[in-house]
Structures are given as C-alpha cells and as structure tokens.
Write a new protein. Structure first.
Length: 378
C-alpha cells in the first residue's frame, strides 16, 4: 500500500491510497459490510454509488462462516465478489463490547460467541493470521477499546496493553506472508480514552513502530462530540503526514466534515445504512424521516440535487408508501441513496480541499443541512 498526500488546506487533506485492488481517493467513507455484505445493497450497486472501499469485521467473519472457508474460496475478495479494496477491523471493539462474556489477559482475550455461547480466544498473533487468511488490503491490530466514561487508571492500563499488543501484531505481520499474491497493510490504533496525554503517548509510541497507517479508536462511544473533536486535534499533530489517518466508527455528516478539517482521511460507520433501513434519508438540506405524513403526497425526489438511482427514479411519496407497507425494496432504495450521499459528501470535500476552499465549503454545506427533520443520533 502507498499513500500520497496531494494537497492540504489548513489541516484538511486530499490524498490517494494505492492498493493492489485499486486506488482510494481520500477523504473517503467506507461502507460497513460486517459479515461480508453491506446490508440491503448488492456489490454491483455499491460500485454504482461510488464505494471505493468497504469494511469487514474479523470477529464476525471468524465466527461465521469461518476463516478456513474464506481461505478455501481464495480470500474475502473472491468469496464476496468484490474487486475493490477491503479493510478489516480486528474485532476488538465487538469483543470488548461483550462485557461479561470476555476475559482480558496479557496474552489475549477469551470470549464467548454471541451466536452459540462457545468459548473462543483472540491473541494479537491470531488476529493477524486470521486477517492474512481473509486477505484484506488493510488490516487492523488487536486493541482494547476502553469504555466511556473511563477512570484514568483503567484508561492508562488499557492504553499500555494496547501498545504491547500492537507491537506483537506488527511482529506477526512481518513473520507471516500474504496468501493471495497481493500486498496487505497494517494500521495501528491510537487509544487513550479522553485523556490528552494518553492519546499523545499512544500516538507517539505507535509511530515508532512504523505502521502503514494510524487509526483513532475509542471515540464516538458516548462522549460529547466536542470532546471527540478535541481528542482528534490533540492526536493529529503526532501522526506522520505521509501515512493515512482513520477515525473509526464515525459518524454523522457533521462529524465527518469536522474531522476532515482536523486532518482525518478515512471513516466508517453504520449510520447511513442503519438509518436508511429505518426510513431516515440524508439530503443536502438535512435528514428526512420518510415515515412522516408530510411526505405522503410529495412527488419530489428525496434529494433534488442527487443523481443516485433512488432519487432519479422515485418520489418521496412512493418511498414513504413502501416504507409504511414494509416492503423490502424500501430498505434497498434508502440504503442506495444514503451511501451515495455519504460518498458525495467525501468527494465534494476532496474537491474543496484541492481548490483550497474547504472551510467555506464546509460551513455552507452544514448550514444547508439544517432542517426541521435533521437527526443527530450516532
């Protein structure tokens, strides 16, 4: 993997990530395909809405269908018929969210499957091996995602454990070769909860390990948005300019644009797909709830300025009708639009950065999105 920084505008960055499965223009939003499928949308449609890279989850793919079957199929790209880049999360967040179903030790973490209660174990080494079997273009280290709120003593111990695990992941990554003839990258994950000095320490330590990119984890877990922005601003100066920065699990359109302004290149979140399946659609003038009666006889598209298949083909009235009728098509059409919107948002941000007008564009875009139905949930 190679990252090229093409332009900066303040701290905002426009770049390009080159992988063996194609290039990714940044800033970029990654649709979440946890189990090898982005919910309610086909791979062909993902390409049509401009998805450059998608995300899979090691924890879920390990439990079902299993890394051995995926390896037998020739890797995750072939198994799911996706020709573009894939990033796989290590599954750390999912494991640690199991709470009473897992046990953390220096060597790794033991956990019970949410599917059948079976006992499993992840170590930094095994997580790298599984991701080698999956064959993703970008792999993530195993980390502990500290909860929010979090006492400093716990955050400090968790941060130190995550750094030791990161070093073990890097060593295993260097020992074990890729399996499918294409290269893979490994990203470190900055932790430290909401403590500035711990965030700084984590970033500095990971940079000395020389990862291919750096993620900011443990954010958007319940802390105020302003606190998240503060942690990004504190961490970003300690990350190298020539490596991509990835804010994990974020977020609303406003979250994305504020983070881009603070130097972030990559994002993922279930929000556009999950909210779409619940009748919420993102538009350039704000978020609308298609179930609201105000749309019952509205024959205009969900977003007048959007060129996606949904907006080219169907009215708000029709979309509302199929949502209240509980038609599966409603979930698909809303998902198509929401992902097209998020990809438009990032490509427009990139254009604004390249033209050195990001701050003005961001302010105007967020101002236009203020709408009576706007929703700000994570």
């Amino acid at each position: 993997m190679r990252f090229t920084l093409l332009q900066t505008d303040g701290r905002a960055r426009a770049g390009r990530i080159e992988t063996d499965h194609g290039a990714v223009e940044t800033p970029v939003f990654m649709a979440v395909g946890t189990q090898g499928a982005v919910k309610a949308i086909q791979q062909r449609e993902l390409e049509e809405v401009g998805a450059q890279i998608i995300l899979g989850n090691t924890y879920h793919l390990y439990l079902r269908p299993g890394e051995s079957l995926i390896e037998k199929a020739g890797g995750l790209h072939r198994f799911i018929n996706w020709r573009r880049p894939i990033l796989t999360d290590s599954g750390g967040y999912q494991i640690f969210s199991l709470s009473d179903l897992r046990t953390i030790e220096e060597s790794g973490v033991s956990f019970r499957s949410h599917l059948d209660g079976g006992l499993h174990r992840f170590t930094p080494e095994s997580v790298v091996t599984i991701q080698r079997q999956l064959g993703s273009d970008i792999m993530m280290v195993l980390d502990e995602c500290a909860p929010y709120p979090c006492e400093r003593e716990y955050a400090e111990a968790s941060n130190e454990l995550t750094l030791r695990w990161a070093e073990r992941c890097k060593m295993q990554f260097e020992r074990e070769a890729p399996r499918y003839g294409h290269s893979q990258a490994l990203f470190g994950i900055v932790q430290g909860s909401v403590y500035p000095d711990l965030r700084e320490q984590s970033a500095r330590s990971l940079v000395t390990m020389e990862f291919d990119g750096y993620a900011l984890g443990g954010l958007a877990v319940g802390e105020p948005a302003e606190t998240m922005y503060e942690m990004i601003s504190i961490t970003e100066p300690h990350l190298p300019d020539h490596k991509p920065r990835y804010l994990m699990g974020v977020g609303t359109p406003a979250n994305l644009l504020e983070a881009v302004e603070r130097g972030i290149d990559m994002f993922d979140c279930v929000m556009p797909t999950r909210n779409g399946r619940n009748g919420m659609m993102f538009t350039r003038s704000g978020t609308i709830n298609l179930r609201n009666a105000v749309h019952k006889e509205d024959l205009s598209p969900a977003d007048e300025d959007c060129s996606c298949y949904t907006c080219r083909s169907f009215s708000r009235a029709y979309l509302r009708h199929i949502f209240v009728s509980r038609e599966i098509l409603a979930l698909q059409l809303a998902t198509i639009h929401n992902l097209a919107f998020y990809n438009w948002l990032m490509s427009s941000a990139r254009t604004a950065i390249l033209e050195s007008r990001y701050a003005q564009w961001k302010d105007a875009t967020l101002r236009n999105m203020q709408h009576p139905e706007t929703m700000q949930t994570h």
